[in-house]
Design a protein around this ligand. Structure first.
Ligand code: ADE
Ligand code: ZN
Length: 334
């Protein structure tokens, strides 16, 4: 079995995926036309050519501009269905989708427009592809905690329709501590908690996410490698890291995939997973992240299997949902 086939056969969960980051330029232009929205680029090719990033912020500026094409409930449905179709082809059995309501409500869209479209896609994906899913509302950390509370207010009448909250956008200068009260409230409400930390930010931000926000998983977390004490803790507590290798290279966190610390983290005993982050912008969906990383770092089949197992174990699902996926995984070679 070649590596592409092996990766596709691995039952896996995608746990770090911004649904707005799956907006391919073709769909962006189609939606912009249908909604009468002006984009900063003239064509699909010009858009793709602009995807040369030097850091997280240079990407976010484009990503928020592209999101302006999303206006109606059907746009969010179409967006998520296009993702689910690709995920199914990559052997994803379960996906936890991040969405950024503040990006849309700031443009005058109703929270419900976003949620209705995404939720309808989740239901349809289960029927059409047999993929399970969860929705995780992310707060934009460049905004204030007060604005985060206002967003939580909008989400409250629909709370059962989301499974957790996360923290994304510009990391530097916006430490997890800025959102300690908001996450405490979300914890009281029974939501699962995750946060981006240690993508560009220092190891201290990861410690804050764990201690002050009490998150269950860390999104990215690759800068943990700079702190032996934190590495030991992540191993001891088996905190899952949702690592996004192609994203890290595109945003210059690592110069090349061969320089990525994913294999070293795995060998140190950290519960590493592989995810695509914003695949329309970073050159590949989760299958390509697995294959390219395996090739660059010479990951063995048993290591790939372990990464897929980590993703299934770290998913916010019941044991009854998890068990058949794990059984399928263990039946594979490697
Ligand atoms: N929003 C979308 N992708 C992101 C990333 N990689 N880091 C922070 N915020 C994001
Ligand atoms: Zn992310």
């Amino acid at each position: 079995m070649d590596i592409e086939t092996y990766v596709r056969e691995l039952p896996k969960a995608e746990l770090h995926l911004h649904i707005e980051g799956t907006l391919e330029p073709e769909l962006m232009f189609e939606l912009a036309r249908r909604n009468g929205v002006a984009l900063p680029w003239k064509s699909v090719d010009e858009t793709r050519a602009a995807y040369a990033f030097e850091d997280l912020q240079s990407f976010l500026d484009l990503y928020y501009a592209g999101a302006a094409a999303l206006v109606r409930e059907a746009d969010f449905f179409d967006l998520a269905m296009a993702y689910f179709e690709r995920a199914a082809a990559d052997g994803v059995v379960h996906a936890e989708l991040f969405f950024d309501p503040q990006t849309h409500t700031a443009r005058g869209l109703a929270y419900e427009t976003v949620l209705d479209g995404l939720e309808r896609a989740c239901v349809t994906a289960r029927e059409r592809f047999g993929i399970g899913s969860r929705l995780i509302l992310c707060f934009l950390r460049h905004l204030s905690e007060e604005e985060g509370f206002a967003t939580l207010e909008q989400a409250l009448p629909h709370l059962a329709r989301i499974h957790g909250v996360g923290l994304d956008s510009s990391e530097m200068g916006h430490p997890p501590s800025k959102f300690a009260r908001l996450f405490a409230r979300c914890r009281e409400l029974g939501l699962h908690l995750v946060a981006h930390a240690g993508e560009e930010g220092p190891p201290d931000y990861i410690v804050e996410a764990l201690d002050l926000l009490q998150v269950e998983r860390i999104d990215h977390g690759v800068r943990a490698a700079e702190s032996p004490a934190l590495m030991a803790r992540l191993v001891r507590e088996q905190i899952p890291l949702t690592v996004c290798p192609l994203s890290n290279v595109k945003l210059c966190v690592f110069a090349t995939l061969a320089d990525h610390n994913l294999k070293a983290m795995l060998e140190a005993g950290i519960k590493v997973t592989i995810n695509s982050d914003d695949p329309a912008y970073f050159g590949g969906y989760v299958g390509k992240n697995f294959v390219d990383t395996a090739t660059a770092l010479s990951l063995s089949r048993s290591e790939l299997k372990r990464i897929a197992r980590n993703s299934l174990e770290a998913a916010f699902v019941s044991e009854a949902e998890r068990r058949p996926w794990l059984a399928r995984l263990e039946a594979l070679e490697g």
